[in-house]
Ligand binder design. Structure first.
Ligand code: B12
Ligand code: SF4
Length: 471
């Protein structure tokens, strides 16, 4: 029986790995999820699995290729498969020496086929849909198969959380992530969804919501492990009013654990917010991105008007529902006035948790083409975290973007005006070196309140994650 070990760098529960692991286990295969450390890598090597699976986001590709090198050197017979957003949108990564296979798009069906058919030779899996396979330098590029249907999604086995809940650090995490759906009806230019739609054109329904009953049954299992906050990581939680109502009724009765959700502003209205509040939701996240409606709509491709932002925040504030607003800074031609308008709209709506990142034009997105055209960029060098640094513009511009991002929550919460903002973000003195503290303070407070982390827990999380994810 073939065995696969998923290796990851992040000190986080990864939904993709949990779903794939559960799916393969339900078909009788042996799987494991390992968070990288010197000791753990030695253990992986000693187990000699048939496959190593790595889920890669673009900013962690250097790490992934490095770990592939170490593993390949010690396990020349083991096949290394990369999946996740990076290989999906940058399949050329197959050309890297230590990568054998990459998976484009959803991994359940292709990975199961590989596990079933592999007989020790690459030929035995050469025609697997979604996979690009390298055999003696020749690359076979297979077309993707159809997306999972709503029924298949609803019938997937529950996430395999065992590896994380038995982990000495992650077992204490107060929050657990959960998915009730896949896909998004919109196609913002900076998001992976637009690229995904191209890959899967005519290959099934893009936006799929699981049945409420399948969600509630899985949540009952999650409840048993003592979760304090459920983070619904769906792109859009409020896709259907009927679904939301049914979910809220059943969730209140059977689960009743605080939770947080994401939604586009246009779906946030009084009725939905009342339902969510009743069920125990304690934060709603929605994106503004740019305060300038024209930038938001035409450059970011986000179908959200100022009017919808004001209406959504009115519904949230009047129901006493805290909310996160996502914002972005760093377009090639973004002026100081544009940045300040983003701060201003956040001030006007009294957002609870203002959140801001620096634009990273990831491969496969429309914004990457836009930025490349504007800046004549030849090479994309991404910051490991979108909170760290920008890659667009001259050094002065980048400093302004970074200062604005670091001070964003402070500027919003303290209703700072344009003149002071201008002075602060131009600052290049020693004082500006302390701006990250303002960021960490507000960001930490937000995580602490929304996800019930203690300050000690938060500090440990920061220590682990400062090189890995949102830290
Ligand atoms: C939740 C989330 C997070 C969470 C946690 C992720 C987690 N714990 O799983 C947190 C907040 C930690 C996070 C962090 C980051 N995220 Co994030 N995140 C998401 C989000 C909203 C959901 C991810 C998810 O679970 N999807 C559901 C699962 C089922 O899908 P999946 O992971 O893609 O897995 C499927 C396939 O890809 C495939 N697959 C995946 N892995 C493998 C492995 C193998 C071997 C195979 C065969 C197949 C396979 O099979 C899976 C099942 O079908 C996505 C957007 C989205 N809707 O997907 C962004 C997204 C993945 N994140 C993104 C980014 C940029 C980041 C950060 C880099 C941000 C930053 N700090 O700057 C960091 C990651 C840092 C790092 N380590 O690289 C981008 C990635 C873009 C890119 N080109 O890489 C996305 C796509 C959003 C976007 N901007 O469009 N993220
Ligand atoms: S609304 Fe959100 S999830 Fe949907 S395409 Fe836009 S950024 Fe992506």
């Amino acid at each position: 029986m073939n065995k696969i070990i998923f290796v990851q760098r992040e000190m986080e529960d990864r939904l993709g790995a949990m779903i794939l692991s559960a799916y393969l286990k339900s078909h009788g295969f042996d799987t494991e999820i390992v968070i990288e450390s010197r000791k753990k890598i030695k253990e992986v090597i000693s187990k000699k699995p048939d496959f190593i699976g790595i889920s890669v986001m673009t900013p962690s590709v250097d790490w992934a290729l490095n770990i592939c090198k170490v593993l390949k050197k010690n396990l020349p017979e083991t096949l290394i498969i990369l999946g996740g957003p990076h290989p999906t949108f940058y399949p050329q990564v197959i050309e890297e020496k230590d990568v054998d296979i990459i998976c484009i798009g959803e991994g359940e069906k292709p990975l199961l086929e590989v596990m079933k058919n592999f007989d020790g030779t690459l030929e035995s899996v050469a025609n697997t849909p979604n996979l690009w396979i390298k055999n003696n330098g020749t690359i076979t590029k297979n077309k993707p198969c159809s997306l999972l249907t709503v029924e298949e999604l609803s019938n997937l086995p529950f996430c395999d959380r065992s590896h994380y809940i038995n982990h000495p650090t992650l077992n204490k995490t107060p929050l657990r992530r959960f998915l009730t759906s896949r896909g998004c009806p919109f196609s913002c230019s900076y998001c992976f969804n637009s690229g995904y739609k191209k890959i899967y054109e005519k290959l099934g329904i893009m936006v799929r919501q699981r049945t409420v009953d399948s969600v509630i049954e899985e949540l009952k299992e999650l409840k048993k492990i003592g979760v304090q906050v459920v983070d619904f990581s769906d792109d859009q939680f409020l896709l259907s009013k009927d679904w939301t109502k049914e979910f809220c009724d059943k969730y209140k009765k059977e689960i009743s654990i605080p939770f947080v959700i994401n939604s586009i502003a246009k779906f946030i209205d009084n009725e939905n917010v009342k339902e969510l509040k009743r069920a125990g939701c304690w934060s709603v996240n929605f994106a503004i991105e740019s305060g300038v409606e024209q930038i938001r709509r035409t450059i970011y491709g986000k179908p959200t008007s100022d009017e919808e932002i004001y209406r959504a925040s009115e519904a949230l504030n009047s129901n006493d529902m805290p909310f996160v607003t996502y914002n972005m800074i760093g377009l090639p031609d973004e002026s100081l006035e544009d940045i300040f308008r983003t701060i201003e709209i956040n001030q006007q709506i009294d957002t609870t948790y203002p959140w801001c990142s620096i634009l990273q034009p990831y491969p496969g997105t429309k914004i990457a083409d836009y930025v490349r055209e504007k800046r004549n960029m030849k090479e994309d060098k991404f910051s490991y975290s979108y909170f760290q640094s920008g890659i667009i513009g001259d050094p002065v511009q980048i400093r302004i973007y970074e200062n604005s991002q670091k001070l964003f929550a402070y500027l919003v919460k303290n209703k700072i005006g344009y003149e002071k903002f201008k002075k602060l973000v131009h600052d290049n003195s020693i004082v500006s070196r302390f701006y990250p503290l303002a960021f960490y303070w507000h960001y930490g407070q937000g995580i602490k309140r929304r996800y019930r982390y203690s300050w000690t827990g938060l500090f440990k999380y920061w220590l682990y994650s400062r090189n890995t994810n949102h830290g």
